[in-house]
Design a protein around this ligand. Structure first.
Ligand SMILES: Nc1nc2c(ncn2[C@@H]2O[C@H](COP(=O)(O)OP(=O)(O)OP(=O)(O)O)[C@@H](O)[C@H]2O)c(=O)[nH]1
Ligand SMILES: [Mg+2]
Length: 304
């Protein structure tokens, strides 16, 4: 399956909801201001956010007034084009080539898909010829360390771990030391899924960052936040909180395959303006895909 088809497949629920709405709103009626208003409401329901939905509709109405939109097909095409314009600025691929070791600190609340995403990213880097080391900084529960170990075994790469309950920053320190000593290209640190509302846990993440930056100037080179698409608007709140506390440099959006809330990517792009590095559309290794605005927009609006 090609990348576009994979994304289309993953975005089926979101797309179906939007397309059904478009058909329903515009079917058998002339296209008028009221119809655009209804479409705006439908977008808000698809977690596109009020501000972003308004912007999108303004742009669509402008194009309608200029005579670009005469059919529902025109609406889909123009909407995909406007979506792409909003998403384009956050299409910034993660480049791990310039620095060695390139340190990635992975963050996110409970169960969003951090550990799985780390394994998928490791596979992408390995496939491009890099050496990869994992750091098990989620010491919150023993199962978390074991889970990362299972992935490392499957990928045939090393993992740095301590015992359950030990200091996550100490694991990070050892992982950095080991990656320098072993000449590793990319080191990826897993962290505990913590509630962002508990300040002491944010402090723990800050401590990890401090320890890393003392060992390698400018590290972590990527502070990567993982958010779960099924959380919709709540994922945006998480992104704001993590960004304010820790300075997020990139986002991965997981579980787009399980939700009709894919529209929440728009406020992430338009309001938070954080680079979207990858999107997750399933549980398998090759279900993590580099984000591109063009493919994503087409997958949201183009039928199969
Ligand atoms: N459908 C789907 N499932 C996913 C995706 N990414 C991760 N998952 C699943 O989400 C569940 C949680 O993933 P983990 O990687 O353990 O999440 P985590 O953030 O590390 O969780 P904690 O360590 O408990 O905080 C697993 O069952 C994954 O297979 C995705 O893109 N699509
Ligand atoms: Mg985990």
């Amino acid at each position: 399956m090609g990348l576009l088809d994979k994304i289309k497949n993953g975005l089926t629920k979101t797309r179906e909801q939007i397309l059904t709405r478009i058909e329903w709103i515009f079917q058998g009626k002339p296209i008028d201001e009221d119809a655009f208003e209804e479409l705006e409401e439908a977008l808000i329901l698809a977690d596109t956010g009020i501000e972003t939905s308004q912007l999108l509709m303004e742009r669509l109405k402008e194009r309608w007034k200029r005579g670009h939109i005469k059919t529902t097909e025109d609406i889909k095409t123009c909407m995909a084009e406007e979506l792409e314009k909003i998403l384009k600025p956050v299409e910034v691929p993660l480049d791990v080539n310039s620095i060695k070791p390139f340190v990635i600190l992975t963050l996110g609340v409970n169960g969003v898909g951090k550990t799985t995403t780390i394994a998928k990213m490791a596979k992408i880097f390995l496939d491009s010829g890099k050496t990869v080391l994992l750091g098990a900084c989620d010491t919150f529960r023993a199962a978390a360390i074991e889970q990362l170990e299972v992935w490392a075994k499957r990928l045939n790469i090393d993992i740095i771990k301590h015992k359950e309950g030990s200091d996550p920053a100490a694991v990070a320190y050892d992982a950095i030391k080991a990656s320098v000593a072993r000449g590793i290209d990319v080191v990826i640190l897993d962290t505990a899924g913590r509630l962002h509302t508990k300040t002491n846990l944010m402090e723990e993440m800050k401590k990890i960052k401090r320890v890393i930056s003392k060992e390698i100037h400018n590290a972590p080179h990527e502070t990567l936040l993982v958010v779960d698409a099924t959380n919709g608007q709540n994922a945006i709140v998480q992104a704001k909180t993590f960004n304010d506390a820790l300075g997020v440099t990139g986002i991965v959006i997981t579980k787009l395959d399980g939700t009709a809330k894919g529209g929440f990517i728009l406020p992430i792009a338009h309001i938070l303006k954080l680079p979207i590095r990858y999107i997750g559309v399933g549980e398998k290794f090759d279900d993590l895909i580099p984000f591109t605005a063009g493919y994503f927009s087409r997958a949201m609006l183009e039928g199969n």
